[in-house]
Design a protein. Structure first.
Length: 175
């Protein structure tokens, strides 16, 4: 819970939203293979049905690096069972800071298709110590923002400035 409390101390509004409305995803993380050159990070215990769905869907997602908001919204648009989640992550292997990020949740299991892991040889234990703090959004909100932001690719729901921070205004974080 200490990591969650530190979010509230951060001056960034996004981290305040995650603190107020979010969930800590405490999952044992594992690397899953999509094909011989592509992987995703997910919770231990993801079933084969989920992996097969991801193999199909990821062929129709560009899955561009640094486009986590778009990639995760696109996956949700293909199958609403992959709930869209947005917040921050902390990757000890890269830096000891919080990074704005988006991922999906499928049957209460974390699915991260964007974290830059392309080769098993590039990974180390640091990737499996990622801490995820985020808000799971309902389908209506996700679909609304996917239509708005899809062409821009790099904007999510919480920190979106294209719509003048509508989500933050509607939820009392901005005037």
């Amino acid at each position: 819970m200490d990591g969650f409390k530190k979010l509230r101390e951060h001056p960034d509004i996004i981290k305040n939203v995650v603190y107020d409305k979010g969930t800590i995803f405490k999952h044992d993380i594992k690397l899953y293979s999509i094909n011989s050159h592509s992987y995703f990070i997910g919770s231990e215990g993801i079933d084969e049905d989920c992996v097969q769905k991801l193999r199909r869907y990821l062929n129709s997602i560009d899955n561009e690096p640094k486009q986590c908001f778009y990639n995760s919204m696109k996956l949700h648009s293909l199958d609403s069972d992959f709930k869209y989640c947005e917040g921050v992550i902390k990757i000890p292997a890269i830096a000891n800071i919080y990074i704005d990020h988006a991922w999906n949740v499928y049957q209460n299991k974390l699915i991260d298709i964007t974290t830059p892991v392309k080769d098993k040889n590039e990974t180390d234990d640091g990737y499996f110590n990622i801490k995820y703090y985020g808000v799971i959004f309902n389908s209506d909100t996700t679909d609304e923002y996917y239509k708005l932001c899809g062409r821009h690719k790099s904007y999510g729901i919480i920190g979106n400035h294209i719509d003048q921070h509508k989500y933050l205004r509607e939820n009392g974080y901005l005037d």
